[in-house]
Design a protein around this ligand. Sequence first.
Ligand SMILES: [Zn+2]
Length: 356
Amino acid sequence: MKIYSHENLSLHRPLPYFSYGKMHEPLEIPERMVEFLKAPAALGLEVTTAIDVGITPILAVHDFGYVEFLKHGYDEWMAVEEDLGAQVQTGIFVPYDNPGIGIMAKAAKYQADDSAPISEHSWTSIYWSAQTALNAAEALLNDEKPETERADSHIQLCFSRPPGHHARKSAAGGFCYLNNAAIIAEHLRQKYKKIAIIDTDMHHGQGIQEIFYDRKDVLYTSVHGDPVNFYPAVTGHAFEKGVGEGEGYNINFPMPHGTDEAGFFEYVDKSIEAVTLFDPDIIVHVLGFDVYENDPEARCAVSTEGFKVLAQKMKALNKPLIVLVEGGYYIQKLNDNLQAFLSGLISEDNSNSQLT
Ligand SMILES: [Zn+2]
């Protein structure tokens, strides 16, 4: 197994923001990386520093104007004579009938909500988050060994900060800017015919759904909290199944709020069943630790031990696997929960473990 990270993932620091009628302290903060990185160290696992593979795979998924906004938006914001505040954020979303003239209009065009502000070092972290994921994809693309030899690239885990699954083709939101899962899925298509993305983050990954909604080469399946009055609120229902030739290749499993751990795994098993039927060449797992029982975003109750079980289920699919570590905001347990997940990935026992 290989684990990828980069020191630049820790640079992005969002400021407090206003939404749903009150101020919020940011949850997606650099301290998360400090805790996450303790886990491989505790298990004696090496972390590889990602290298730059360029912007082309990013532009294969995201609109050029949007990526330019992420890259230069902060400088343009600060260049405005009037003090607009320390981060790019407007509180309005006008994606259509908006020519994007001036940085305020661009922000309104490309920021779907106030939880994805752009501050001084945001772009550096956003870019390297995508690069970190792309390093795992590159390892698979360059791997000449037959699958039976179980190369290092068979199982890979990448730190994905800021996370990506809410990022749309041309809009940031829900702490996400570039859709790392979609970027690597698209990049892997040059070698692999069928790719499955399994999302077990607490929230529906509406960005991934949007990007692949009309395609049958990338299956998206997501287990998440029922979106009724829960972020992202407007997507994630079971009736969203894809369109055109993509119909049937988007499978949502919204969980009733308050689902217990056994219930969570029932949904995960259904999602795995769908993936098995699809028989992909490779699996991308969007891993959110915000399903953890004490997480401020949790609407279900997965235990620390549960993350080991989740990892074993992913491993038991016996396909090349890239895990992207995305959500998870209960800082005190990120290390333990990631250790549990990693121990499931490295355990020799490849059987589908059950909770005891
Ligand atoms: Zn989440």
